[in-house]
Design a protein around this ligand. Structure first.
Ligand code: BGC
Length: 258
């Protein structure tokens, strides 16, 4: 193949994080895994139906001056198979069966990749953050409204692992150990850490990861709970914090559509 036919991988992609309360987006510089401009956040419309959300996503995208070929990566808190949402644990049920990629493409006219929120955040941690360069099995667990999981093996993402919904001691795991539960039940760090201890023990005995990375907003308080865990696997806090979803989605979109 002559040189001019080689596809040059893009320098920039756009990441969008669709969450229950906000829709956030920023262009991402792919060499560094950093925002190339300040992030914009617009509150998630209520009810958060696919049409209303796609329209808001377009508003976020259109407020940046982007080349028309810049790919867009969209994170969504659900199982995503070939662009289509298959579940809706903490979002409007009308999303089930919606093609997120098509909805966002129709609203923006751009190339779109949709990906589970934890998968996007996890991928970013492996490429740019706490698990950068780690070979073997990396398990990223995000603690927020629910529990998200991302399994990355030798740098390759195994999507939609959904380990927040493991049934442990008769409960849906995230209903016992998510950050929102700590908040709702007023658990102190030690009480919450007991629940995390049970959760991470089950997960490590099933997957034997080389490394756990703990993400979600609460990871900034990692000193209050990670040292209380007594597990076999090395466990570290995420590094990209709340940029991880946007950065990971942009990186995956560039790979798919670059
Ligand atoms: C959903 C996952 C999502 C996680 C974190 C879970 O309830 O089932 O798809 O990744 O919450 O938002």
């Amino acid at each position: 193949m002559s040189d001019h036919k080689h596809k040059k991988s893009p320098e920039t992609a756009f990441g969008i994080d669709i969450g229950g309360s906000g829709i956030k987006g920023a262009p991402v510089s792919l060499a560094e895994g950093e925002f190339a401009a300040d992030r914009l956040r617009i509150p998630t419309p209520q009810p958060s139906t696919p049409d209303a959300v796609a329209e808001t996503v377009a508003k976020v995208v259109n407020s940046f001056d982007l080349g028309k070929d810049v790919p867009i990566g969209v994170t969504f808190p659900a199982v995503i198979l070939h662009g289509v949402a298959q579940s809706a644990a903490n979002v409007d049920k009308s999303w089930i069966g919606t093609n997120v990629e098509k909805a966002v493409h129709d609203a923006t006219g751009r190339k779109v990749l949709a990906v589970n929120d934890a998968d996007a955040a996890g991928y970013a941690e492996v490429v740019y953050g706490a698990a950068k360069g780690v070979q073997g099995v990396v398990m990223v667990v995000t603690l927020g409204t629910g529990i998200g999981s991302a399994l990355i093996v030798d740098g390759h993402l195994v999507p939609n692992t959904e380990l927040g919904h493991l049934e442990i001691d008769g409960y849906d795991a995230e209903s016992r150990a998510a950050e929102s539960v700590r908040d709702r039940e007023g658990l102190d760090w030690a009480q919450w850490a007991e629940r995390l201890q049970r959760y991470f023990t089950v997960v490590e005995n099933l997957f034997w990861p080389d490394l756990f990375v703990v993400g979600g907003g609460v990871s900034k308080h990692h000193k209050d709970f990670l040292p209380l865990l007594d597990i076999r696997t090395k466990i570290v806090p995420a590094e990209l914090r709340n940029a991880a979803g946007i950065v990971g989605a942009a990186a995956l979109a560039a790979q798919a559509h670059g």
